[in-house]
Design a protein around this ligand. Structure first.
Ligand code: NAD
Length: 497
């Protein structure tokens, strides 16, 4: 059986940790590969390689860095179908969805190709007589990325293209559930001309993560994953003096007003609720129907659910694939059971789904829970599966209150034809990413991505302009060239004249 190995200093390396994890094909339930789980000394080797490579990479010209990223962009684009297939085999998402993931990751690489413009500083002439001042953005140093299973190609691409563009070197600790794609991308970076040691991958679990958080040579950590781990990463990373951005979980609400185009709203709810089997941090998890909207909307959603094809992601007919692991499938099923026990109406139960020929796959079908209320477990917690919960409220104000009282604040959406209501929502909602008749408002690569409240720990969002700020340190220079007029000892605080 194949073993997925670490990529350190430009080569695959054999692990000596003696620890390995299983990598499943979620559609069949079979173990298809194993992945090495790093020990502390192995993490240290990767950080040392990154530290050594930093000596030259941080001084590489902007032209050199741009050329490497451009070449990488071309290589990823050329291999995107191969990458998508790799994602489907280990994550389970359908091929078309996997292709979309690669495309959105690629857009961040394209943004990073503009590094020469992004890294421009500012200059002020004559801040005092014959004194100039300017600012520079310089790399942080060795930076680490820790990423989740649900976007194994795209989420790392939210991080390393920008970090490398800014002159940092990188150690990636990808999810141990679907790690193949990162080694593949590491090889493409090498083919693009990236010097060895600039980008390293260590596979692993808590052992590797804790070592990265404690390593004195790691200057910054970007994390994307669940909220409890994000909080842990933020607290421990910052305690050790590192710059940290830690993006967490979500429970995204979609508000449907009675005047909305109900066909559009039903398409959006089904697409955003069940796409990628609900394993997206921007998935719609809660439908908040206002007034009589539910009566018009739910029959349309049921119709669409009945027509959905769930199956192996490699089958072009499949629209939704399996969940990531058996354990996760059981957890999602547990949330469905708890919803029904706590008084929600289970209108469509995905636990009964059977996929012929894939009896051991980790499948849960699209599930619809109606008359969910805020106190219920299925409402409070992130399910991260194909489960849409409907909360019926009487007024717009009640809908807003629900969203504001929830501890997550990643994304939200409103469906309405009333421009005034949409504007009011956009203005007052306490959420980081907002869609107006758009269910999954993932910002473009030239904006930045991030939630509020328990969905993000740290100050800066990820990729886009915030990404450049996160991966650079600002330096301000004040400069005067020797001039006899300015001789003489002056013990006063410098003043501008
Ligand atoms: P996870 O938190 O379990 O794992 C994320 C990373 O942390 C992995 O690399 C994992 O190996 C590591 N990790 C897990 N447990 C750890 C521990 N105890 N100590 C140290 N490290 C640990 O998340 P996941 O299940 O891989 O991904 C799904 C979660 O990610 C969901 O909550 C989803 O909402 C979230 N997510 C958020 C965003 C966002 O942008 N906000 C994007 C994608 C996914």
């Amino acid at each position: 059986m194949d073993t997925i190995r670490h990529w350190i200093n430009g080569a695959l390396v054999d692990s000596k940790s003696g620890r390995r994890g299983d990598v499943f094909n979620p559609a069949t339930g079979e173990v298809q590969k194993q992945v090495d789980l790093a020990s502390e000394p192995e993490v240290d080797t990767a950080v040392a390689a990154a530290k050594k490579a930093l000596e030259s990479w941080q001084h590489a010209s902007l032209a050199t860095r741009t050329r490497v990223l451009f070449a990488y962009r071309e290589l990823v684009n050329r291999h995107k179908d191969e990458i998508a297939r790799m994602l489907t085999l280990e994550h389970g998402k359908v091929l078309s969805d996997a292709q979309g993931e690669v495309q959105r990751g690629l857009e961040v690489v394209e943004y990073a190709c503009g590094l020469s413009d992004l890294l421009k500083g500012e200059i002020s002439e004559n801040v005092s007589t014959e004194v100039d001042s300017y600012s520079l953005r310089q790399p942080v140093g060795v930076v680490a990325g820790i990423t989740p299973f649900n976007f194994p190609a795209m989420v790392p691409m939210w991080m390393y293209p920008i970090a490398l563009a800014c002159g940092n070197t990188f150690v990636l600790k990808p999810s141990e559930r679907d790690p193949s794609v990162t080694a593949f991308c590491a090889e493409l970076l090498q083919k693009a001309g990236l010097p060895d040691g600039v980008f390293n991958v260590v596979h692993g679990d808590k052992v590797a993560v804790d070592r990265l958080l404690g390593h004195p040579d790691v200057g910054a950590v970007s994390f994307v994953g669940s909220t409890p781990i994000a909080k842990y990463i933020y607290e421990n990373g910052t305690k050790n003096g590192k710059r940290v951005q830690a993006l967490g979980g979500a429970k995204n609400h979609m508000v449907v007003l009675p005047d909305a185009d109900m066909d559009l709203a039903a398409d959006a709810a089904v697409g955003a609720g069940y796409g990628s089997a609900g394993e997206r941090c921007m998935a719609i998890a809660v439908l908040v129907t206002v007034g009589n909207a539910a009566d018009k909307l739910l029959p349309k959603i049921r119709e669409r659910i009945a027509a959905l094809k769930v199956g192996n992601g490699l089958d072009p007919a499949s629209q939704m694939g399996p969940l990531i692991t058996r354990q996760h499938m059981e957890k999602v099923s547990g949330y469905i059971a708890s919803g029904a026990q706590e008084g929600a109406e289970l209108i469509v139960d995905g636990r009964t789904l059977k996929v012929p020929g894939h009896e051991n796959g980790f499948f849960v079908g699209p599930t619809l829970l109606d008359r969910v209320r805020p106190g219920m477990t299925c409402y409070q917690e992130e399910i991260f599966g194909p489960v849409l919960s409907v909360v019926r409220v009487a007024t717009y104000e009640e809908a807003i209150r629900l969203i504001h009282e929830h501890h997550y604040g990643n994304g939200t959406a409103i469906f309405t034809n009333d421009g005034g209501a949409a504007r009011k929502f956009r203005h007052e909602i306490q959420i980081g990413m907002v869609g107006i008749n758009v269910p999954i408002p993932v910002p473009m690569s030239y904006y930045s991505f991030g939630g509020w409240k328990q969905s993000l720990f740290g100050d800066l969002h990820i990729y886009g302009p915030d990404g450049v700020r996160f991966y650079t340190r600002n330096k301000v220079v004040i400069e005067r060239w020797p001039d006899p007029r300015f001789r003489g000892v002056d013990l006063g605080f410098p003043q501008n004249r």
